[in-house]
Design a protein around this ligand. Structure first.
Ligand code: ACO
Length: 321
């Protein structure tokens, strides 16, 4: 039987942290107290104008490849989860393949599932590997979300940040990803969206993120609890067997409510949103890599990763690390 295991992790954050006080200094009508009490976010990173998602992804990928002890040309599949691609086409994954100097003709494509994107990409890569068609995948979440924020909308612009995280997922005789579940319900698209596009050289519609925060909050708590329970049930284990819950880093109150529903104490929840903000598809692999490099997450630990995002989309995976 072929399984898929995480062989290495990496991440990258652009520039210096931008604190809540820095946002106030830049003229946003907000306060550290409001942002921290409503979201738990204290700072985030914002990419310079000449840095794209493919650049952040490349740096994170290099670190993951080094941690996995392989070479770029050993990678035969690249999946980048992003809602902020460099271009309409080619895919960010194809650009990353080029920037890494990979010339082996492996597959490369993007996945668009907003904040659930990394969980979607991981699950897709697992299926490629378990089918035997591919041996070693780079799964990346990369975002420059600052580009789609309306900086005059204080209810959204303070919540997000830029960054990238990556894993190398490889074929193994030992189980790594034990269970996964992906879901979507497109009827909820109006509560979180960027309702614009480009046609005939013009922006059509609205190119900025729009969100009904309270509706998103309620929806996220419900589906995150449900989908984590679903992957545990698939594997026939309970929440007590999880060493770490690594949720999408959107809001500390969503994370606390989900952990409570699952019966996982906060000491076993990886949280990085205080210094990353919400980096959408990058948030889970960023948190994963930080947990590995800080020594929290060690080989043999069992984790659940779970995400929810615009669409609406949601998903989770149960993983032996
Ligand atoms: N600074 C100061 N005041 C603000 C700010 C700000 N940045 N933003 C809004 N306010 C004000 C509003 O104007 C309003 O003032 P008013 O009462 O005088 O009209 C007041 O704060 C309350 O506004 P609400 O929008 O009702 O605030 P709420 O308590 O709902 O908190 C928040 C907003 C933080 C967005 C909350 O709804 C939430 O956490 N939602 C979850 C959404 C989320 O995390 N999204 C992340 C992306 S989605 C994802 O990743 C799945």
């Amino acid at each position: 039987m072929i399984y898929a295991r995480i062989a290495g992790t990496g991440s990258y954050l652009p520039g210096e942290p931008v604190s809540n006080a820095d946002l106030v200094a830049r003229g946003i009508d907000t306060s550290d107290e409001w942002i921290v009490s409503r979201s738990g976010i204290r700072s985030r990173h914002l990419a310079a104008a000449d840095i794209g998602s493919s650049d952040l992804a490349k740096f994170a990928a290099e670190r993951a490849i080094e941690a996995a002890g392989c070479e770029p040309n050993d990678i035969d599949l690249i999946i980048v989860a992003t809602s902020t691609p460099d271009y309409i086409f080619p895919s960010t994954a194809a650009l990353v393949q080029s920037k890494l100097g990979i010339r082996n003709g492996g597959a490369a494509f993007d996945v668009q599932a907003v904040c659930s994107g990394f969980v979607y990409a991981l699950s897709v890569a697992e299926k490629f590997i378990r089918s035997g068609s591919h041996k070693r995948a780079l799964v990346i979440g990369a975002e420059v979300f600052s580009r789609i924020l309306d900086w005059s909308d204080r209810a959204t612009c303070v919540l997000f940040g830029d960054g990238a995280g990556a894993v190398v997922l490889e074929a193994s005789e030992r189980p790594g990803i034990l269970a996964s579940a992906l879901h979507a319900d497109g009827s909820h698209h109006p509560i979180l969206c960027v309702p614009g596009g480009v046609a005939s050289g013009q922006v059509i519609g609205d190119p900025f993120l729009r969100m009904d925060g309270q509706a998103v909050f309620k929806f996220a708590v419900k589906v995150l609890g449900d989908v984590a329970g679903e992957v545990l049930a698939q594997a026939g284990v309970d929440a007590g067997s999880i060493d770490w819950l690594i949720p999408h880093q959107a809001n500390i109150r969503i994370i606390q409510a989900t952990a409570k529903r699952l019966g996982v104490p906060m000491e076993r929840v990886v949280t990085t949103l205080d210094h990353h903000g919400n980096t959408s598809a990058a948030s889970i692999p960023l948190a994963l890599d930080e947990a590995v490099r800080s020594g929290q997450l060690r080989p043999g630990h069992r984790i659940v990763v779970e995400g929810v995002g615009g669409g609406f989309t949601w998903g989770a995976a149960l993983i032996d690390f």
